[in-house]
Design a protein around this ligand. Structure first.
Ligand code: 5GP
Length: 193
């Protein structure tokens, strides 16, 4: 997605070996016009798949997921990282190791929100080693819902995430694919949409 790549080049900052900071338009401050355009690209890519729910994980997946859900005309569910007292029964959970926080947390979705009739599109902001998306695949499978694919805003294709998901039989659609960081600059490979 050309608009997204241009924005990454203009406003993204490479931190260390393998982190891209995009907190001026995606992960902290959010550009809703860009999110809306992202949502439309994902919705077009999965238009023929009969999607009934968009699922993501809090917090940074929520904005692209919500605009994707709007474009598809279906609800968006975000997996929660902390249980609260209103989540009393039928909770589906998975343990997810966070690449950026370097801790494992249990993420959960209320079981009654997903059923065997659902066809789910997973959306997330980044794909690194695939652990966040894998946890969502696990939860959705527990609900016996089917998975149409995983839509990723920014994939770092030098990490293992795509392979992890493809090994689970899940299709990945990334709007920007970073091949490598070179002298603090982002180098893109061909994106999926
Ligand atoms: P994974 O589970 O694929 O290893 O990592 C994906 C999650 O880690 C994303 O949901 C995102 O929150 C975070 N993440 C991974 N890599 C980056 C990065 O380079 N920059 C930012 N801002 N977040 C990242």
């Amino acid at each position: 997605m050309k608009l997204l790549e241009e924005r990454i080049l203009a406003d993204g900052r490479v931190l260390g070996e393998n982190i891209l900071k995009v907190d001026s338009f995606l992960t902290h401050q959010v550009d809703y016009q860009l999110m809306k355009a992202i949502g439309q690209v994902f919705a077009t890519a999965y238009a023929e798949c009969g999607i009934t729910k968009v699922v993501t994980i809090e917090a940074s997946g929520i904005c692209p997921a919500l605009y994707t859900a709007e474009a598809l005309g279906v609800p968006m569910i975000f997996a929660k990282k902390h249980k609260n007292i209103t989540m009393t029964e039928g909770i589906l959970t998975a343990d997810v190791y966070s690449f950026t926080k370097q801790v494992t947390s249990t993420v959960s979705i209320a079981g009654r929100l997903l059923s065997a009739e659902d066809k789910v599109l997973i959306i997330d902001d980044f794909l690194a080693n695939g652990q966040a998306a894998k946890g969502l695949v696990d939860i959705i499978s527990q609900a016996q819902a089917s998975i149409a694919g995983v839509g990723i805003v920014i994939e770092k294709s030098f990490q293992t995430g795509r392979q992890v998901l493809e090994d689970l039989g899940v299709q990945v659609t990334s709007l920007a694919r970073i091949e490598r960081f070179e002298d603090g600059q982002v180098v893109f490979g061909p994106a999926d949409a």
